[in-house]
Design a protein around this ligand. Structure first.
Ligand code: NIG
Ligand code: FE
Length: 422
């Protein structure tokens, strides 16, 4: 029986429960001082004082130990919105944006998503999976133990299937668990630019059924945005996905209020993502339907929009907030959840406790995994991050550094931060 004892911790900081935390609950985080955590067979078997652990489990002389070294233990970060399987790179577009071009202007000239579609279509499944590995390594280094990964740079049946198979392969090859999402409706591909109805039919009648039949995705996503897919078109895609067992989630109201939040509420989406331009009515609809708002402040930052999603208004309205990187080559080129937490505190104005819940339990719930991961409680999967921080507040207080000292995945230490050579 594989057992790991994590000891000498200054603090264990965790949200609690298996369902979303909203409103005042979002900021309610347990901060246990001097606790130990015992992992058995990949699960958390105990969280509590050393005395109680001795009483219940004895001395445990022969088990593996992780020295917490006066650090803080938090749940493994869950990143519920990424576009990981891409080929190529877009640093020239980035440089053009630094000179003043906008993301939408670049897209209108055939760059943007379509330039990554071109590169991704020419890559093989194996090349895509291989390209994901260093990204996943960086995620793990930054404390992510579960991430969602979307297709959406294929835009044809064969290329969307190829991306989803690459996700499956990459997930099996390293410790970060990947949850796959079909995003066939990310953009209209060049060959069907003149006939969007045909593309929508291809997505709804061929790609969705084939992906569902192959068991390659859990969710169906769509880019509901002015100039991409209207709310009506997005509804078609999400309902087709739902009819085939793919739960809806969507890119909603990123740049313009397109009724994305209302659509998320209407179709019973688990999550509405981005929401930089969400309306008051949209916020009310999310609250009434219990949709999670997955916020992506890395995108606001990377696109230099100086417009962030109205996180405080969402929390005040009782909408559960989750955080994600949106990791992709065009609008948010980062794998780092600690960086996203920094932006969430400084720009979204979440408290550190609210941000922790957003990056762990609420993010897990956004993927339908709240009963399995997202908190440090007995029975949950032992996915944990040891921070080189004397308490939770340092996660935001000390910015611009990677605070991760070690990562535990299913009860095994899978990463330790490098020690100096001299
Ligand atoms: O979430 N908004 C749409 N999709 C991505 C961007 C993808 C890209 O630029 O390649 C996003 O921001
Ligand atoms: Fe995205």
């Amino acid at each position: 029986m594989a057992t790991l004892l994590i000891e000498n911790l200054a603090e264990v900081a965790t949200p609690q429960g298996t369902t979303v935390r909203a409103g005042a609950e979002q900021g309610r985080v347990a901060r246990l001082h001097g606790a130990e955590v015992l992992c058995r067979d990949g699960r958390i078997a105990f969280v509590g004082s050393s005395e109680e652990r001795h009483r219940r489990f004895g001395e445990l002389p022969d088990v593996a130990r992780l020295d917490g070294a006066g650090g803080t233990l938090v749940p493994g970060f869950v990143d519920p919105h990424t576009h990981l399987p891409w080929a190529g790179s877009r640093e020239e577009e980035f440089a053009a944006r630094l000179r003043g071009a906008t993301y939408q202007e670049i897209a209108a000239q055939g760059g943007g998503i379509l330039s990554t579609v071109g590169a991704t279509r020419t890559a093989s499944e194996e090349e895509l999976a291989t390209a994901m590995l260093p990204r996943l390594r960086r995620m793990l280094t930054c404390g992510t133990t579960t991430a969602e990964a979307k297709s959406g740079y294929g835009l044809s049946l064969a290329d969307e299937l190829k991306q989803l198979r690459a996700i499956q392969r990459a997930s099996a090859a390293q410790p970060v668990t990947l949850v796959p999402t079909l995003l066939a409706a990310h953009e209209v591909p060049p060959e069907l630019r003149h006939d969007r109805e045909r593309f929508l039919a291809l997505v709804c009648e061929e790609i969705v059924p084939a992906v569902a039949a192959a068991g390659l995705a859990r969710f169906c996503d769509v880019f509901c945005e002015q100039g991409v897919f209207t709310a009506e078109e997005s509804r078609q895609v999400l309902l087709a996905g739902r009819a085939h067992g793919l739960a809806p989630r969507l890119h909603a109201d990123e740049f313009v209020d397109s009724g994305g939040a209302e659509l998320a509420a209407e179709v019973g989406a688990l999550s509405a993502d981005h929401l930089m331009a969400v309306s008051e009515a949209g916020i009310e609809a999310l609250a009434a339907a219990g949709v999670i708002a997955t916020l992506l402040p890395g995108t606001s930052f990377f696109l230099m929009k100086h417009i962030y999603a109205p996180a405080r208004r969402l929390v005040a309205a009782g909408v559960p907030v989750a955080l994600a990187t949106d990791c992709n080559p065009g609008s948010s080129n980062t794998e780092s959840m600690p960086t996203i937490l920094t932006l969430a505190v400084f720009e979204l104005r979440l408290t550190v406790e609210e941000a922790l819940t957003a990056a762990t339990l609420n993010a897990a719930c956004s993927l339908g995994l709240g009963a399995e991961i997202g908190s440090i409680e007995e029975g949950k999967r032992a996915d944990l991050v040891l921070l080189d921080a004397p308490n939770l507040l340092h996660l935001a207080y000390h910015f611009g550094v990677n605070p991760v000292a070690a990562v535990v995945k299913e009860g095994r230490v899978v990463l330790r931060a490098a020690a100096p050579l001299v």
